[in-house]
Ligand binder design. Structure first.
Ligand code: SAH
Length: 346
């Protein structure tokens, strides 16, 4: 009977060190292998040239190194790159590289599909198939960092968890991946350059606050009126705005990090003065900033981007109330790489 080998990257550094001690080797060997696995992203044991042949064979007999493969890379006319990433079990997720004058941002996935049911999002239609492991999240970042160096001559500068999935529904693995990304033994990136975006899971926002995480938080709000929010993001009936607001106040009290709200203005849904006023009120509970993002159509027109006039009304009202607001154009629309369009179409 074939024994199923364990994924070596599921081991912590300490576990790897212990494994070598149990084998009668030195704990230090664990550090060396760990460095190959994370900092150097080795895809097979034979690449580990400072490890003896016998040890490499022993590792081969006991473990596998699961790694992602970029199956297909598409480039948008605006420079945006979308990777279709194949996981070790054949499932596929997508990640996106978004270049600007000064930054290169990776937009990474945290789950295969998504368990939430936002009615305007293409990923929601895939349902959730499974959570990504920390190494699968980390590998997406490494792949984009390599592409950034290759095509734009600079390393990756920022990461947003705005790809497929709800990061706070895969909390432990997302945090473990961020640990690796920020650790000097991984990519050594500053947590200040990372933003986790959530539809708003109050319990997990409180947990993040308690753990005093150092990365940024973005909340996909889209409406500050319960009735409206529930109609477009049905899980809002389980996590109503009052609970979300209290969790966010708690987050701010613990981290002193201002909150970013992501917001799409749709025709006939939230393009009213009443909707803007509710948003202004919601923003006052903790220092915040609003990113108004353009709607990327995914269907036959059930949702439509609101008029420029409505977006202007939002911008003016928010600014008048002292709330920072940015209006963002979408990137990568021609390759279905924009927010909410990730659905493994190609
Ligand atoms: N689940 C997380 C992260 C993934 S969605 C979250 O909800 O934040 C990333 C962002 O894209 C969210 O702000 C989401 O509301 C937005 N989005 C989803 N579908 C969209 C669409 N069709 N057009 C524009 N933005 C969309």
């Amino acid at each position: 009977m074939e024994i199923k080998k364990k994924d070596i990257r599921a081991l912590t550094k300490e576990q790897l060190r212990n494994f070598f001690v149990e084998q009668g080797d030195k704990a230090f060997r664990g550090n060396q292998v760990y460095e190959w696995l994370w900092q150097k992203s080795a895809h097979d044991f034979d690449a580990m040239t400072n490890i003896s042949k016998e040890t490499r064979k022993m590792l081969e007999d006991n473990f596998v190194i699961n790694h992602i493969r970029v199956d297909q890379m598409q480039r948008s006319s605006d420079g945006t790159i979308k990777n279709a990433v194949r996981l070790h079990d054949g499932l596929i997720v997508e990640s996106v590289l978004i270049p600007t004058e000064t930054r290169t941002t990776a937009c990474v996935s945290s789950q295969v599909g998504c368990s939430l049911d936002c009615r305007f999002c293409a990923t929601a239609r895939l349902k959730r198939m499974r959570n990504l492991n920390p190494d699968e999240i980390y590998d997406q970042v490494v792949a984009i960092d390599n592409e950034s160096r290759l095509y734009f001559d600079r390393p990756l500068s920022n990461i947003v968890f705005m790809g497929m999935g709800e990061p706070l529904m895969n909390y432990n693995n997302v945090l473990r991946a961020i640990d690796k990304i920020t650790s000097p033994e991984g990519l050594g990136m500053s947590p200040k350059r990372i933003v986790v975006s959530t539809s708003g899971v109050p319990k997990m926002i409180r947990k993040m606050a308690d753990e005093e995480v150092k990365f940024g938080l973005a909340v996909s709000l889209h409406s500050a009126i319960d009735e409206v929010r529930t109609s477009i993001m049905p899980f809002n009936s389980t996590f109503p705005l009052k609970d979300l607001r209290e969790a966010l106040e708690y987050w701010y009290s613990k981290t002193k990090n201002r909150i970013t709200y992501e917001y799409v203005v749709w025709k006939g849904i939230n393009d009213t003065q009443e909707a803007v006023d509710a948003l202004v009120k919601f923003c006052k509970f903790a220092p915040s900033k609003v990113n108004i993002i353009e709607y990327n159509p995914i269907d036959d027109g059930e949702f439509q981007q609101a008029s420029n006039k409505a977006v202007e009304m939002y911008k003016n009202t928010l600014e008048r109330n002292g709330i920072t607001v940015t209006v963002r154009r979408s990137r990568g629309k021609d390759i279905d790489a924009a927010c909410g369009q990730l659905a493994n179409k190609s």
